[in-house]
Design a protein around this ligand. Structure first.
Ligand code: FE2
Ligand code: FE2
Length: 470
């Protein structure tokens, strides 16, 4: 990479993609020559051209549900999600996988490009039509979309979309509430209750998919995703314990606010990429107190607020009271605290809290938790937890006895060691259009067709889970 540093390039990249979506939305309703469109195109080029000039060549690529520029995934804030989602769908409709900008682009060429983009969707063979129409533009090329996984059945796509939507809804709601509390506004829990009820319903029906959403840790805004993930994992665990819907909603709600005390911790500490100093640690360790205080300040004090305050206080104390805050006397930890601290530890370990930190692979996190069971963690609850997450959690990279490499895609409670696996590298070590295999499948002789031999760390292989699992 020449010219600008990597960070700088990618800081602007999200705006380029966002602007691309803006143009396509505008061009779809206006004539391409319309001033609204040409202004938007000019703005787009003002962002894009300097980058092309400094990088020499720029490849914008769609992989799964994400955009990459020169092979780096473009992260974006939640506000951009509707535009990014829209653009992903528009690319897919046309079978468009990449745009390579080979040289600085002229406005007139870009207008031709958008005109072709818009009209190609009406073609029987959209990609081919599009490709032909932009064939004369010498400064850019387009490439066909490579399939990331087998076309799932239509119904499954819809369900996945719904699950994804409600997951992101929950995250964006959580972000709103946390920020309100942070700015000193008082919030009620009515809306929070509705959001959690929605999640509980979805977990009862689609546990695997929603829990699968928590496996994708590559998000920009850790705090909000973490809160939602802990809530989902806690509810899912509660469901395994056979708790009622009412109790599950309570657990989900309480879990959502377990880390609310972190609003008091300065961002420089929260987002610090390197390890904490002793002083910083002692500040971090105060978030349970601050959590209690934040919760007690909210509107209408009831049994739920009490429970939330207790969990905020206890969630790092540990089963054997080896954690924090330290108390003089031991007592029985709240049942919700025990559930939530399991979910919290697991999500914390498998997430990259800050941009640069490499998270732990799910199976590594589970084996670490296994060592803690009976000490820091409630051993019985942990058994239920491992049952829920699976011996091979969604997102685990596994090697099969066929030498194929793949990601655990879905697992069934009945066959914990035989999940469905999305193969991404074939037996010869080649990267392939991925396909799903079911490890419970047997050959006519009665032997299993495939078996997991070992697990591997997806981070080491630079495999982006989000690309495959969303
Ligand atoms: Fe915490
Ligand atoms: Fe937490």
């Amino acid at each position: 990479m020449t010219g600008k540093g990597k960070e700088e390039v990618f800081a602007g990249a999200k705006d380029i993609i966002n602007q691309l979506a803006v143009i396509i939305r505008t061009a779809a309703i206006h004539d391409p020559g319309n001033i609204a469109v040409t202004t938007a195109v000019d703005k787009f080029l003002a962002l894009l051209n300097p980058l092309i000039a400094s990088e020499g060549e720029l490849t914008l690529e769609l992989g799964g549900e994400f955009f990459y520029i020169n092979e780096t995934r473009i992260r974006y804030p939640l506000e951009y999600l509707p535009n990014f989602d829209f653009l992903v769908r528009e690319f897919k409709k046309r079978g468009l996988g990449s745009i390579v900008f080979k040289d600085v682009i002229k406005a007139v060429d870009m207008q031709t490009f958008f005109k072709a983009f818009i009209s190609s969707v009406f073609s029987q063979t959209p990609f081919e039509t599009f490709s032909e129409d932009v064939g004369n533009i010498s400064s850019l090329n387009i490439g066909k979309l490579r399939r990331v996984k087998d076309e799932a059945e239509v119904g499954e796509v819809d369900i996945r979309r719904e699950v994804k939507k409600s997951y992101f809804n929950a995250v964006s709601y959580t972000k709103g509430v946390i920020n309100k509390i942070k700015s000193g506004e008082k919030v009620g829990i009515k809306k929070a209750k509705r959001v959690v009820e929605g999640m509980v319903d979805l977990i009862l029906e689609q546990e695997q998919l929603l829990v699968g959403m928590t496996a994708i840790k590559d998000y920009d805004e850790y705090t909000y995703h973490h809160s939602v993930n802990v809530s989902i994992l806690s509810v899912a665990l509660g469901q395994r314990l056979g708790l009622s819907k009412k109790v599950l909603t309570e657990i989900g709600l309480v879990a959502l606010f377990h880390d609310i005390g972190k609003i008091e911790i300065p961002n420089e500490i929260l987002n610090k990429p390197t390890s904490f100093t002793d002083d910083e640690w002692s500040i971090m360790k105060r978030h349970p107190f601050w959590g209690v205080r934040a919760i007690l300040r909210q509107r209408g004090f009831d049994a739920m607020s009490m429970r939330s305050a207790i969990v905020a206080f206890e969630h790092h104390m540990n089963f054997d009271f080896s954690g924090y805050p330290r108390t003089r006397k031991r007592f029985e930890l709240d049942f919700y605290s025990k559930i939530i601290s399991l979910a919290d530890q697991y999500d914390g370990m498998t997430s990259s809290r800050v941009y640069s930190r490499i998270p732990m692979s799910p199976d590594r996190a589970l084996s670490l938790m296994m060592e803690r069971a009976g000490k820091q963690l409630d051993p019985i609850l942990f058994k239920f937890f491992i049952n829920m997450i699976g011996v091979f959690p969604v997102g685990t990279l596994v090697m099969l006895d066929t030498k194929e490499l793949g990601l655990v895609y879905q697992s069934e409670a009945m066959f914990l060691d035989r999940p469905k696996v999305l193969v991404i590298i074939n037996g010869k070590g080649e990267k392939v259009d991925s396909y799903i295999v079911d490890l419970t499948e047997k050959a006519p002789g009665g032997n299993f067709l495939r078996t997991i031999v070992k697990t591997m760390d997806p981070n080491k292989y630079k495999i982006n889970l989000a690309e495959y699992l969303l």
